[in-house]
Design a protein around this ligand. Sequence first.
Ligand code: AMP
Length: 249
Amino acid sequence: MKVLVPVKRVVDYNVKVRVKTDGTGVDIANVKMSMNPFDEIAVEEAMRLKEAGKVTEVIAISCGVTQCQETLRTAMAIGADRGILVEADVDLQPLAVAKLLKAIADKEQPQLIILGKQAIDDDCNQTGQMLAALLGWPQATFASKVVLEDGKVSVTREVDGGLETIALTLPAIITTDLRLNEPRYVTLPNIMKAKKKTLDVFKPADLGVDVTPRLKTLKVVEPAKRSAGIKVPDVATLVAKLRNEAKVI
Ligand code: AMP
């Protein structure tokens, strides 16, 4: 059984991004890029399923610029068997990515696709859901536990009131939440091994997908700066300020 894991190259979570002076987006020139953290969790989960003997092949896919190959090599160093890059220089929005992933799924016929619940750069939280709709497959988003059995998968999800467990028939889509697992460290021998694994490259046109952006970003601005706080001498002053100035009680 094959599992596909889409991995996105994003600005590393430790980087504090700055808005470009012309307000067209954030400046990502010369900043550290890494695999989206939720996608690392997805690769780790796929590896655990493989190590448990429930999955035979794990394929990592990334859509974007040539440098996404590095992200794929990281996925292969964690343990993915091979990688696929869909190379495109344009800004790829979730619908375009979902269409590309559908085209790859049609070729590879996986039983499971595990994505991150969201990419930490655009915070869209859309690709997995759109992919499920395009494929007509059941989906379990925000997974915190995955149990794969013959022909079906049971997924525990974190919802407002607690935990919900749902059963899906395969093939299915899962998106990962933070508490699903703790990804392993990538070791040097595995980084070396990953260099020898197969990495196929396609262009969107090879897959018959039009990736033209459908949404236009009008303006990106820095969040308003927080003004400095003050110290109050006692609880009575605090309560008075909350009641009369902040008007929250
Ligand atoms: P988003 O809908 O943009 O928040 O992304 C959700 C998930 O979709 C990510 O965690 C990835 O698993 C996958 N994804 C989004 N964009 C890409 C991309 N360009 N290449 C590969 N996977 C992607």
